[in-house]
Design a protein. Structure first.
Length: 378
């Protein structure tokens, strides 16, 4: 059933961070499809199945909760999602697959109860389709082939559902992504890596794809919540066109350019909004702004102040500040402060534009920790 050269993936060994791995909703759905097909075509009631992972070297043994048969052409199986130690709201959810012969020679994916439907472009699944991502679809097609073992494919409808999925989906990003009525069937490796940075980065790409999906005139990126209010209330951008990128400044810009390249589009304006403590770091070539990977930006701000003609005494005060927010407070009532922040905005915009040639205009706006504009928007 599984290619002989594959090895079992070891879920017992902990991830490098000492936490347990799990398996994705895509793996669960694939296991359910395989178990249902084994009942439908072979009258087998399996208690576990081997799921071929996207990595061609491995398969995963997945427990099956139940298998049922509904007449000569339909069977169903259920699998319980196991997320390991990852704080995944689908952990423990029951994923089921109902498999029916459709006599078309094709495999068709259908959203069952608790699995969402895509209503907005930008997430690599066409509008109107079930929210089943490309890799899980490939895994399920392979599972069908493995059960058929070379026999003619009569065509199957794969209806994928999740018990209580509509309620669970409210705890996910799906409402923001325009996925209605249920969860998504996800996964790129089939394995859940607990508290993984990869999943965080992947979510940023998804948000950017959704933000750019309707070909807007402008979108905004921001490291955190500072600047989000400005984007919504002053720039009048809808929530889906405002993307929080955490510390992944460079990666996010790479995604913007990649998406625009793929779609052969241009973006009118890219707004970069946030606190200078994060954003000014790029003037030193720092594009991952995590404090563990980069120093603080006081010296960078002081360097720009020096170029702006600040008095030496003021530059010394800036250099001795404990944080960039201290500099913001230091210059709050100084008219030259706005000049400094506007110059930093201008320089950052130039560097961002170099990385995103498909963007017509980059606008940077800086804010204090309480969200007050301190540069051009002040």
């Amino acid at each position: 059933m599984t290619h002989a050269s594959r090895k079992p993936f070891d879920l017992v060994t902990l991830a490098p961070n000492g936490l347990r791995r799990g398996y994705t909703t895509g793996t669960c759905a694939t296991a359910a499809v395989k178990a249902a097909l084994a009942q439908l075509l072979r009258y087998q009631t399996l208690q576990e199945v081997e799921v071929s992972l996207p990595d061609p070297d491995y398969f995963l043994i997945v427990p099956v909760r139940s298998v049922s048969r509904f007449g000569p052409e339909t069977a169903q199986a259920e699998v319980v999602k196991f997320a390991g130690d990852d704080p995944d709201c689908t952990d423990g959810a029951t994923i089921f697959a109902e498999v029916s012969v459709n006599h078309s020679g094709e495999i068709r994916f259908i959203a069952g109860p608790g699995v969402g439907t895509v209503t907005q472009p930008g997430i690599r699944v066409p509008v109107g389709e079930p929210a089943i991502n490309p890799v899980p679809r490939q895994m399920m097609r392979l599972a069908v082939d493995e059960i058929l073992e070379g026999a003619r494919n009569p065509g199957f409808d794969l209806t994928i559902g999740c018990v209580n999925g509509k309620v669970i989906s409210k705890k996910t990003f799906n409402p923001r992504l325009g996925i209605t009525d249920g969860i998504s069937i996800l996964g790129t490796s089939g394995i859940v890596e607990p508290l993984s940075l990869d999943s965080w980065i992947a979510s940023i790409e998804v948000y950017l794809r959704v933000a750019l999906g309707d070909h807007p005139a402008a979108i905004a990126i921001t490291p955190g919540k500072i600047g989000k209010k400005h984007a919504h209330e002053t720039l009048h951008l809808p929530a889906k066109e405002i993307v929080q990128i955490a510390n992944f400044f460079g990666l996010s810009l790479n995604y913007v350019q990649k998406i625009l390249d793929e779609e052969r589009l241009r973006l009118g304006t890219l707004w970069v909004l946030g606190h200078p403590g994060k954003i000014a770091k790029v003037l030193d070539g720092v594009w991952d702004t995590h404090s563990g990977k980069s120093g603080m930006a006081m010296r960078t701000v002081a360097s720009v102040a020096r170029a702006c003609g600040f008095y030496p005494e003021r530059i010394t005060e800036i250099e001795k500040a404990n944080t960039v927010e201290n500099i913001v407070e230091l210059l709050r009532n100084d008219p030259s402060g706005r000049i400094l922040w506007m110059e930093i905005e201008r320089q950052v915009a130039g560097l961002v534009h170099e990385r995103t040639p498909r963007v017509d205009r980059v606008e940077v706006r800086l804010f204090s920790m309480n969200g007050t504009p301190i540069g051009e928007a002040a």
